[in-house]
Design a protein around this ligand. Sequence first.
Ligand SMILES: Nc1ncnc2c1ncn2[C@@H]1O[C@H](COP(=O)(O)OP(=O)(O)O)[C@@H](O)[C@H]1O
Ligand SMILES: O=c1ccn([C@@H]2O[C@H](COP(=O)(O)O)[C@@H](O)[C@H]2O)c(=O)[nH]1
Length: 202
Amino acid sequence: MLVIGIAGGTGCGKTTVVNQIVEELPENEVAIISQDSYYKDLAHMTKEERGAVNFDHPNSIDFDLLISHLIELKKGNSIQKPVYSFVEETRMSETETVHPRKVIIVEGILVLSNPKLRELFDMKIFVHADSDERLIRRLQRDTRERGHNLEKVLYRYQTAVKPMHNEFIEPSKEFADIIIPNNHYNTVAVGMVRTIINEKLN
Ligand SMILES: Nc1ncnc2c1ncn2[C@@H]1O[C@H](COP(=O)(O)OP(=O)(O)O)[C@@H](O)[C@H]1O
Ligand SMILES: O=c1ccn([C@@H]2O[C@H](COP(=O)(O)O)[C@@H](O)[C@H]2O)c(=O)[nH]1
């Protein structure tokens, strides 16, 4: 089994890069786990209270569950991954079964910031895009897909996203084996990661 951790600031293109990496791989050989699925369950809070949560601080993530799930997958066992709704900003009641695969990709803003999780990765990748580029992408995505308005995105960016990026995410870059520059679509870097995965699969 090859376990790959992919980190990088919001909007750097982690999800896009992961999708490009797995595009031509057989579906039953790869499992993708997003850190976003492991946001702590906030069902006990009102929607207004949830709106004030700092979703960029490591404490907002249930790393214990994520780590235990990854250990189970490495042992060859299936897991029940939580399902998170960005629109409701909480965990849903249903779960999704994830089966162990030859390649497991774990992606999320903070996956290289947690030492215990980091230890489980065979390969660590950091996707880099400049902060202005990331903010533009985040604005477009959150207004289009996550039900936020301009004011909310900018307020969160200034009060949580940017300070947490500087404190936790950017410093985790030093743990990466590979840094993918992603201000523009980087087909060469994606191709190189694919080659490494294919070597492992064959
Ligand atoms: N290299 C790129 N150039 C332009 N837009 C991109 C690039 N990579 C991703 N995007 C777009 O930016 C937005 C955020 O990308 P996404 O992959 O969701 O980032 P992340 O998972 O890191 O938050 C998406 O709308 C995506 O289509
Ligand atoms: O309910 C939520 C939970 C998280 N967020 C924001 O999501 C990003 C992380 O996801 P990316 O796909 O890497 O951008 C993080 O910056 C949180 O602020 C949210 O908006 N709502």
